[in-house]
Design a binder for this molecule. Structure first.
Ligand SMILES: Cc1cc2nc3c(=O)[nH]c(=O)nc-3n(C[C@H](O)[C@H](O)[C@H](O)COP(=O)(O)OP(=O)(O)OC[C@H]3O[C@@H](n4cnc5c(N)ncnc54)[C@H](O)[C@@H]3O)c2cc1C
Length: 389
């Protein structure tokens, strides 16, 4: 890690690089964090932002505009019997079909409009027609899980669309958000990200997440368009003496690496307690060297890890929290700590929330209702902050 003394430059160009005018970042580091035995491909990316003007805070995210997979684009062009050089609408301009499929349209998830058009044009789509009835929404969702636009084109070769018609059935390619994993005080010209690369197999094909596979496989020699996305609800306490408890399993660790860098850089006196979690210590311990150093330097006051698959029963961050209930309660209630959660919204954030309520109830000697009111007050006082996805 470089010296941690750089004062922050004034954020003079906060709105210069926006959704409609992203900054052309340069991917300078693309490193796998997970070991070969891991079930995941978790990567560390460093994007050079020289010339950006630097205007994000730790806790914020950056949005990345991906480019679609060129192999998939060619396959779609072929399935439609097109050439790729046909002019089509792309935003307010016209582009050739291939370019538009690469950069402007979402070409993986089928839209309702696309599915309806398939049923109108294809000779054999009774099942799909049936599933598009409003009362079969759940069945449709189940059927669509793991299905992409290309599957429908291949399955229904009788459904023909001109390139212009086809793009009319798609939606715009959306940027993806990634939590900032570095502090500008330490890396003044860069943003670091930690990303789980989405890859899975369904219906006999390997599928790839658009943005995560763009960063992992196709961004080494092309501009990576990025713009800042402020997350005011997730900023660090204004007072550097305030203790913080950070729960960040998986890629949820990103903002907390940035928080710790920032706190070290400004010499913040506040105590820092980090919870990290992943499947296996041996191959999923992202940023181990950073955390070892933060411990050695006295920045990390407490550090607990939950390795879910290292024993017969699963251990997650919420279990580790409950093991330290009395101490967590002391930090929260007597020392005014702020409680941060980042990462998986579907399960982790709910389980951590339940653990927090249990701690407040048991350690604070409160009824369920009083514990819930206490947690709600933590939220309204901006001491319980979440950035979950
Ligand atoms: C505020 C915020 C911060 C975020 N920070 C981070 C971060 O720091 N790191 C990070 O890695 N991500 C982060 N994300 C998530 C990130 O934005 C992307 O959603 C993620 O990288 C996937 O994008 P993608 O384009 O690669 O995949 P997409 O092309 O969007 O594909 C994902 C979709 O594929 C489908 N899918 C995935 N797996 C399967 C499966 N096994 N079977 C069938 N279908 C499947 C699902 O429909 C899923 O929605 C954050 C999101 C938000 C909102």
């Amino acid at each position: 890690m470089p010296e941690v003394t750089a004062p922050l430059k004034a954020a003079t160009s906060a709105s210069l690089y926006t959704r409609s005018n992203p900054f052309p970042g340069k991917l300078v580091v693309n490193r796998r964090l997970s070991g070969p035995e891991s079930e995941k491909d978790t990567r560390h990316f460093e994007i050079d932002l020289t010339g950006w003007g630097l205007s994000f805070e730790v806790g914020d995210s950056v949005a990345v505009y991906p480019t679609n997979d060129p192999d998939l684009v060619e396959e779609i062009i072929h399935a439609l019997g097109a050439k790729g050089d046909e002019p089509v609408a792309a935003g307010k301009t016209q582009k050739n079909f291939r370019e538009a499929l690469l950069r402007d349209y979402s070409i993986t998830q089928p839209t309702p409009k696309f599915l309806k058009a398939i049923t109108r044009r294809a000779n054999s789509s009774t099942l799909l027609k049936d599933l598009l009835q409003p009362e079969r929404k759940e069945d449709l969702d189940r059927y669509l899980w793991g299905m992409e636009v290309i599957d429908f084109l291949n399955e229904h070769p009788s459904a023909k669309f001109s390139p212009e018609e086809f793009v009319g059935l798609l939606t715009k390619l959306q940027p993806r958000l990634y939590s900032v994993a570095s502090s500008l005080r330490v890396y003044p010209e860069q943003v670091h990200l930690i990303v789980d690369v989405v890859r899975y197999e369904s219906h006999g094909r390997v599928r790839k997440g658009v943005a995560s596979s763009f960063l992992a496989e196709r961004a080494d020699n092309v501009p990576v368009p990025v713009y800042p996305s402020s997350a005011k609800h997730f900023h660090m306490p204004e007072n550097p003496d305030t203790p913080i408890i950070m729960i960040g399993p998986g890629t949820g660790i990103a903002p907390f690496r940035a928080f710790l860098q920032d706190r070290q850089a400004v010499g913040a006196k506040g105590k820092n307690w980090l919870y990290f979690g992943a499947q296996r210590e041996k191959c999923d311990y992202a940023y181990k060297e950073d955390f070892d150093r933060f411990k050695r330097d006295g920045i990390l006051t407490r550090f607990d890890c939950a390795w879910s698959r290292d024993q017969a029963h699963k251990i997650y961050v919420q279990h580790k929290l409950l093991e330290n209930a009395a101490e967590i309660w002391k930090w929260l209630d007597s020392e005014g700590a702020q409680f941060f959660v980042c990462g998986d919204a579907r399960r982790m954030a709910k389980d951590v929330d339940a653990a927090l309520r249990k701690i407040v109830q048991e350690q604070g000697g409160k009824s369920v209702n009083d514990a819930n009111s206490y947690v709600e007050k933590l939220k309204s006082d901006k001491r319980y902050k979440r950035d979950v996805y």
